[in-house]
Ligand binder design. Structure first.
Ligand code: ZN
Length: 242
């Protein structure tokens, strides 16, 4: 059994709000942090650009984190996009499909991501996988659930004969609570970076700037992000008045 470095993390980093907060969380706790992203032909390749700008902004604003932040790798998973007829990779409307799942759902996506990430972590001697999956704002994605992820991690440990752990710091948090976690980890500077540079909108729109960041303002991802920001702002104003 291999025992990769328990103080070194590989963050599954998409450039979205959740994985950006997750990256900062890992940088605040681990001695060495690397990032991995996946390009599966998603329509919002603007998210892949956001990955670069978020990383650069963190390095600029947090010199201590910059020292810990190692290489980034984007893995081409075009095959996943090719077998998934979804609204992210094809020009379909974003809605709830006949199977009760959002049409943005790519079946088994997180399972594939985790396996690829573990293969990279093995090569790079990184013992902790860190991912931004979130059960509380469960959007119908079964592979965001902790029990599915735990089963996957068991298969990975057996199949690679290596002991990895999986950290999912946002798993039980609402979107409002995840903003509070960001503030906890990196103060208002971190919140500002994530608002400005992380990308969530399913349509890949960055023309309009809202108080919660850029996006079309209408798609389910924007609606969720806007609602989370509102909850965060309300909890801040409650703190301010009491
Ligand atoms: Zn949107």
């Amino acid at each position: 059994m291999q025992h990769p470095d328990k103080n070194a993390a590989l963050v599954l980093f998409s450039g979205g709000q959740d994985s950006s907060i997750t990256l900062a969380w890992a940088l605040s706790r681990c001695a060495r942090v690397e990032t991995v992203g996946f390009d599966y032909g998603q329509r919002h390749d603007v998210e892949l650009t956001a990955r670069v700008t978020v990383r650069e902004a963190l390095e600029r604003q947090f010199p201590a984190w910059a020292k810990k932040l190692g290489p980034d790798l984007v893995i081409d998973l075009g095959g996943l996009g090719a077998i998934s007829e979804t609204s992210l990779t094809r020009d379909l409307d974003i809605s709830v499909g006949d199977d009760g799942l959002p049409t943005t759902f790519v079946p088994g996506r997180n399972l594939v991501f985790l396996t690829m990430a573990a293969a990279l972590a093995y090569r790079r001697n990184l013992g902790v996988l860190v991912a931004g999956m979130c059960e509380a704002d469960f959007s119908g994605y079964p592979d965001c659930r902790r029990d599915a992820l735990d089963a996957q991690m068991r298969a990975i440990s057996l199949g690679m004969d290596a002991e990895f752990s999986l950290e999912t710091p946002l798993m039980q948090l609402s979107k409002a609570q995840s903003w509070l976690l960001a503030e906890d980890v990196g103060g208002r500077d971190l919140v500002d970076i994530i608002v400005e540079h992380s990308h969530t909108c399913y349509r890949g729109a960055r023309a309009a700037r809202h108080d919660w960041g850029y996006g079309c303002g209408a798609c389910p991802a924007c609606a969720l992000r806007a609602r989370g920001w509102k909850g965060y702002a309300e909890s801040k104003s409650r703190q301010g008045t009491h």
